[in-house]
Design a protein around this ligand. Structure first.
Ligand SMILES: Cc1ncc(COP(=O)(O)O)c(C=O)c1O
Length: 416
């Protein structure tokens, strides 16, 4: 059964809610079925399985690493050398991480980091930002971005009000709102969790000085600052956004790229906080398959490749080429557009309003994006099927692929 084809879709629709096991539905861009994708054999993919595929699909080095690990077995239920090698790599590239714990998804990483911050501070309230998505654990599915926003339920049903009331949601890039929240909740905020560069309400970067301000105010109030770098870790730079912005959070969440395409998550940071985790401390967290040898081996291969290739300047060049192509084409057409881009991450918002938070992201013309999405897909360029998702460039996108993609984006904009 070809991937994403009608043959796959129809049984899926009968057996799986919406035919999907995650935020993969095309519902927000149209009712056309993925099976209608062009049978051109090759799609230039800017979704990258939602982030992990920084080396494209099926990289031989990652495949070989998984095969070698598989020789020894899929899971041992005991510590294994791959976990240690992964921990060494993470601590090497993220100086803010003194100790790290593996888990199986970004959702587990953020959920565990928040429990740890609550246990460490003995406080219950948390701050998150509207439009940021930190996985689907209850206290974070409030004004959430990504699929929750794309499918129209940023405040998911099924989250008890008692949970929601412990989550303070603030606008991104708003210092006054931060000040007011800390003033209104003196000594009660356990942690602030933020996508330092937001990738789940489309790609949004912080205003100059905003992250430094966040670092300052959280330190002043004894609040744990958590950078959710599940998407940006090893993508924006080897050391993530915190390397590029020179900000040192207390805890960091990782995922996606560190699994090389297999299920993974990790959270880490200050040793004095991490030592509150069981078995050393009172905060319980565990996972049967955490530190799974196959996921670790795939992740290690993916990170070693990044070390060798050091592709960040090249990825940024390709990202700027794509951005400039869309800006020029929209200008020629008289179409308002914003194309925030940094390195291998970008978004296309059809709006005249500079996008700097959830509210301004929603000024984007999502219907127009839907038409643009399909015009590109029909020509073999696969963007995220949502106006509120970031696009990803990988080391598998060479200059020729980007040139072809830019030709398609240009033509698609002309057609709008
Ligand atoms: C920033 C961020 N945090 C957390 C998550 C949740 O990760 P997972 O889907 O692996 O549970 C995601 C997923 O896209 C994410 O982008």
């Amino acid at each position: 059964m070809p991937i994403g084809s009608s043959e796959t879709l129809f049984p899926a629709l009968q057996l799986i809610p919406g035919g999907v096991n995650s935020r993969r539905a095309f519902r927000s861009v149209t009712t056309r079925r993925p099976g209608d994708a062009p049978s051109r054999g090759e799609l230039i993919d800017f979704v990258g399985t939602w982030g992990p595929a920084i080396h494209g699909h099926n990289h031989p080095r990652i495949k070989a690493a998984i095969a070698a690990a598989l020789e020894q077995g899929t899971s041992f239920g005991t510590p294994n050398p791959y976990e240690v090698e992964m921990a060494e790599l993470i601590v090497k590239f993220f100086p803010s991480i003194q100790k790290v714990r593996m888990c199986n998804s970004g959702t587990e990483a953020t959920m565990s980091a928040i429990r740890l911050a609550r246990g460490f501070t003995r406080r219950d309230k948390i701050i998150k930002f509207a439009g940021c998505y930190h996985g689907h654990s209850d206290s974070l599915l409030i004004k959430a971005g990504s699929g929750a926003l794309t499918h129209g339920n940023p405040d998911s049903a099924g989250v008890p009000a008692s949970f929601a009331q412990e989550t303070v949601v603030l606008p991104y890039n708003d210092r006054a709102a931060l000040d007011a929240a800390f003033a209104a909740n003196p000594g009660q905020i356990a942690c602030v969790i933020i996508e330092a560069y937001c990738g789940n309400v489309g790609f949004i970067m912080p205003d100059a000085g905003y992250l430094a301000y966040l670092r300052e105010i959280t330190a002043k109030h004894g609040t744990v600052l958590i950078f959710d770098e599940v998407m940006t870790g090893f993508r924006i730079a080897k050391g993530g956004v915190q390397e590029r912005e020179r900000i040192v959070p207390d805890l960091t969440c990782l995922g996606k790229i560190i699994g090389g395409g297999l299920p993974v998550g990790a959270f880490g940071g200050r040793a004095d906080i991490m030592d509150h985790l069981a078995p050393l401390g009172p905060v319980y967290q565990a996972g049967t398959l955490s530190g799974n040898p196959l996921a670790m081996a795939a992740g290690i291969a993916s990170l070693r490749l990044l070390e060798e290739l050091n592709p960040y300047a090249q990825l940024d060049r390709l990202g700027r080429q794509l951005r400039d192509t869309v800006l020029a084409a929209c200008k020629a057409k008289g179409l308002p557009v914003q194309v925030p881009q940094c390195g291998s991450m970008f978004s296309i918002f059809f709006t005249a309003t500079p996008v700097r938070d959830y509210a301004t992201a929603l000024t984007g013309d999502a219907k127009l994006f839907g038409r643009f999405f399909h015009a590109c897909l029909a020509q073999g360029v696969y963007l995220a099927p949502s106006a509120y998702e970031a696009g990803f460039i990988s080391t598998a996108h060479d200059g020729a692929a980007l040139d072809r993609a830019c030709t398609v984006l240009n033509a698609a904009i002309k057609e709008l």
